[in-house]
Ligand binder design. Structure first.
Ligand SMILES: *Cc1c(COP(=O)(O)O)cnc(C)c1O
Length: 228
């Protein structure tokens, strides 16, 4: 078994254990292997181990990898901050864009998805930590953005994403809980609104995120090792 296959198994086992602790079905948690800055060969090793969901941060790199890895069934997740003028490059191949943080970005994604004749999954990124330098919409503006995204037929709004402050797991936990509560508040204020996905948790804290309700965890280092 390659190291990457080994690491994937270990991470999947830890996900299963966190689900067991939380009384959750492991089927309800999707692991995204964050392959940013990793070579195509690393992605191929993960593919060979049966993994299909990959996360990329940088548009050019994501595009090049999507082109290099033409094998069917790969699901690309855009998890990095996205500039409006770059959206058209990712819409043709992205399964899900996790980082929709403004109405203008959503409009552009919808326009490009319409042109490409496809519907793209999106998450609204919320800055639950309220950190100045972090992207994501402010918590108090998030419902307005959700309302807007729902009007765009070419986008399939699936839920919320957050990138909390970089802290030890027990200190980030309240931010994960805050995203879950925000989702609950939104669903109760908008009857009929469903936001099933919560994308939160990385190598250092995915277990805490799962215990707080994550349905998508984005794990890089624990699968691929340190980034070159
Ligand atoms: C890089 C990155 C990750 C993965 O980080 P690791 O600590 O390597 O697991 C997850 N989410 C986002 C948004 C990232 O940029």
């Amino acid at each position: 078994m390659s190291t990457i296959a080994d690491n994937l198994k270990r991470v999947n086992d830890r996900i299963a254990a966190a689900c067991a602790r939380a009384g959750r079905d492991p089927e309800g948690v999707r692991l995204i292997a964050v392959s940013k800055k990793q070579p195509v060969s690393a992605i191929e090793q993960a593919l060979a181990a049966g993994h299909r969901d990959f996360g990329e941060n940088y548009v050019q790199e994501a595009e090049a990898k999507a082109r290099a890895i033409a094998s069917g069934g790969v699901r690309w997740h855009i998890i990095g901050h996205l500039q409006r003028n770059k959206v058209r490059h990712v819409v043709p191949f992205a399964t899900m864009i996790h980082t929709v943080d403004s109405a203008r970005l959503a409009d552009e994604a919808a326009k490009r998805a319409g042109e490409a004749g496809r519907r793209v999954g999106v998450l609204v990124q919320v800055n639950v930590g309220g950190e100045e330098q972090k992207s994501g919409t402010a918590e108090q503006d998030a419902l307005a953005l959700v309302d807007h995204v729902r009007t765009l037929d070419a986008l399939d709004l699936r839920g919320l994403m957050t990138m909390p402050p970089f802290l030890p797991p027990e200190e980030v936990r309240p931010y994960f809980a805050a995203l879950r509560r925000l989702r609950e508040t939104m669903e109760s204020r908008r009857p009929g609104l469903r936001l099933p996905e919560l994308s939160m948790g990385m190598s250092g804290d995915f277990e805490a995120a799962i215990e707080e309700g994550a349905t998508i965890v984005r794990v890089g280092t624990a699968i691929f090792g340190e980034r070159p």
